[in-house]
Design a protein around this ligand. Structure first.
Ligand code: PMP
Length: 366
């Protein structure tokens, strides 16, 4: 099969130009005399890659100077464990707003030394909405408030129509899991204490995670922890407390550069609007043949879960899609149905091809 339009939720599609560049660099990196994966992370060649990547991430995401940028292994889930260790002291309350599967996963990473307050949850309605900010039961002296900016499985995202994409938490730092929506639009990082994102959706390959932290938070004592789990130690060692995933870091750098070349986050904001509108319109105009149950004010622009009215046709839909060159559409086992992940590397033409296929499938099975 030739390269298809890949709607996989993560690991996800990468731009073809990035893959071609990586293919070329795989054998020989510049005049290093070896592949980029074969050289020391502390040598001048890789240090240059790391420095350029950080500079490009800072440009792409408009990272203010008083924020540190870390490139760490362990995925987003590990950060969900390290954030409470680094930023909350034993006995302190931490506030979590749960709007889907990943917000719930974050709760499992807390140590028993902390006092968890679920300030709001949409679980009762099947994670189809985001509770109104006025209904959040926040704690005045919480260590932080944690939200999931975009719920990858449930397809729920903080959007302006809900209120403010960055909810006001007054003096309590806002910690946000941006794994599946980072770089899809400009964000005002100064509204957040910590933003973290596994790379494998919008930023590049799996195996590396970006953590953006307001520097003053790094002065917090946190809880007793191993050196390896200490964000300040990572920062002081240029995110190289141990041998970092150099290949993943380098690929992330190529992907970030590609996003800058394409016009940056405002351009991806525009494309995300266009792509998600195409898809939601196709679902909503299908006369109930396809269905998305999320509150329209918070429908994700990155992950679009949808269901066929007649679920006995799911397999036929998936195999027909595959024949049409559309892959990665099977929904997560938690929800079932279908899901189209339309991250930055998915062109508008890919979503158009999906919408065309959906219409054809409906016409022949309606
Ligand atoms: N948070 C969100 C929003 C996610 O989508 C995912 C992965 N799909 C995770 C956390 C967990 O990420 P990882 O597998 O990198 O630990």
């Amino acid at each position: 099969m030739a390269r298809a339009y890949n709607f996989s939720p993560g690991p996800a599609a990468l731009p073809e130009v990035v893959l071609r560049q990586a293919q070329a660099d795989m054998l020989e990196w510049g005049d290093a005399g070896a592949s980029i994966v074969e050289i020391s992370h502390r040598g001048p060649e890789f240090m240059q890659v790391a420095a350029q990547t950080e500079a490009d991430v800072r440009t792409l995401l408009a990272v203010p100077d008083d924020y540190a940028v870390l490139f760490v292994p362990g995925g987003a889930t590990t950060q969900q464990a390290l954030i409470p260790l680094n930023f909350a002291e034993a006995g302190q309350v931490v506030d979590y707003v749960v709007t889907g599967h990943w917000g719930k996963t974050a709760l499992k990473q807390l140590t028993p030394a902390l006092r968890l307050n679920v300030a709001a949850s949409s679980e009762a309605d099947g994670f189809r909405s985001i509770p109104a900010r006025d209904d959040w039961q926040l704690t005045r002296d919480a260590a932080y408030v944690h939200i999931t900016a975009n719920e990858t499985i449930h397809g729920v995202e903080y959007r302006p129509a809900w209120g403010n994409p960055a909810p006001d938490t007054r003096d309590v730092p806002l910690v946000a899991d941006f794994s599946s929506s980072i770089a899809s639009e400009p964000i005002d990082l100064s509204r957040y204490g910590v933003v973290y994102a596994g790379a494998q959706k919008n930023l590049g390959p799996v195996g590396i995670t970006v953590v953006i932290v307001r520097r003053d938070l790094l002065e917090r004592a946190g809880q007793p922890r191993a050196h390896m789990f200490d964000y300040t130690a990572q920062l002081q060692n240029d995110s190289m407390l141990n041998t970092p995933p150099t290949w993943n870091w380098y690929l992330l750098g190529l992907t970030v550069r590609w996003m800058l070349d394409e016009g940056g986050t405002s351009e991806f904001d525009r494309r995300s609007n266009e792509k998600s509108r195409l898809l939601y319109d196709a679902i909503d105009a299908s006369g109930g043949f396809y269905r998305n149950d999320v509150d329209p004010r918070v429908r994700s622009r990155m992950n679009v879960p949808f269901f066929l009215h007649d679920e006995s046709r799911n397999d036929a839909f998936l195999s027909g899609a595959r024949e049409a060159g559309l892959i990665g559409l099977k929904g997560h086992r938690v929800l079932g149905g279908m899901r189209a992940s339309i991250y930055n590397a998915m062109p508008v033409a890919g979503v158009q091809a999906l919408v065309d296929f959906m219409k054809e499938f409906r016409d022949s099975h309606g």
